[in-house]
Design a protein around this ligand. Structure first.
Ligand code: HPA
Ligand code: MG
Length: 225
């Protein structure tokens, strides 16, 4: 038992990217020319995201592979991570004797304007999730900051009485005053900087960037609302 607990603690940290790490110089990678000048550095290159996602898929399969799963993708930022994670789970499932029936559903949350979290977090077009009753639910989220969004979402999902809820977060941001709401599966723990790319946006821009990058001050100015 103790060993399992230690292992899941270690897992939930993910790959830790320290505050003093400057990131990769943008010139080392290719990225859309329309974003030149809008970014400070690459913090997680696309290939590393994919490799880490493959491992998360394996961890998820090891823990949940004997059950049906309902994947709940948190839009919009989570669409890319969810698509790639589900893809890897399917590949692992194909290559082993354990195929898991998987359903994928979407839920849309909105709380950010510019680079600031707004108070009025809301679930956009909330659909009836009563089909979650008695199911094993895997919530897939791109980024967890203060944990406020995750807490609200968990409360919302719990109300539909699923059998189990696990959370996969690609990124966990080290922010002050974060609630103890840490995902069960974490890709990377990152510094408290505003990041974009791999479906993460700044006012809807940068979703078409493959790497996860730190936005520059001039990028923030350019796309400010
Ligand atoms: N980038 C994009 N969306 C976000 C972030 C971020 O750093 N934090 C919370 N939502
Ligand atoms: Mg956003």
């Amino acid at each position: 038992m103790a060993e399992v607990a230690v292992q899941s603690e270690r897992r939930s940290e993910g790959i830790v990217i320290n505050d003093d790490w400057p990131g990769y110089c943008l010139d080392l990678f290719s990225y859309p020319a329309h974003y030149s000048g809008d970014l400070d550095c690459v913090i997680v290159p696309h290939g590393v995201i994919m490799d880490r996602t493959e491992r998360l898929a394996r961890n998820i399969m090891d823990d949940l592979g004997d059950h049906d799963i309902v994947v709940l993708c948190v839009l919009k930022g989570g669409y890319q991570f969810c698509a790639d994670l589900v893809d890897r789970i399917k590949a692992l499932s194909r290559n082993s004797n354990r195929t898991i029936p998987m359903r994928v559903h979407f839920i849309r949350l909105k709380s950010y304007l510019n680079d600031q979290s707004t108070e009025d977090l809301h679930i956009v077009g909330a659909e009836d999730l009563s089909f979650l009753a008695g199911k094993n639910v895997l919530i897939v989220e791109a980024i967890v900051g203060t944990g406020k969004t995750m807490k609200t979402l968990l409360k919302h999902v719990e109300a539909f009485r699923p059998k189990m809820i696990k959370v996969a977060g690609l990124l966990v941001k080290r922010v002050p005053h974060s609630s103890a709401c840490v995902p069960d599966y974490v890709g990377f723990e990152i510094p408290n900087r505003f990041v974009v790319g791999y479906a993460l946006d700044y006012n809807e821009y940068f979703r078409d960037l493959n790497h996860i990058c730190v936005i520059s001050e001039s990028g923030k100015m350019k796309y400010k609302i």
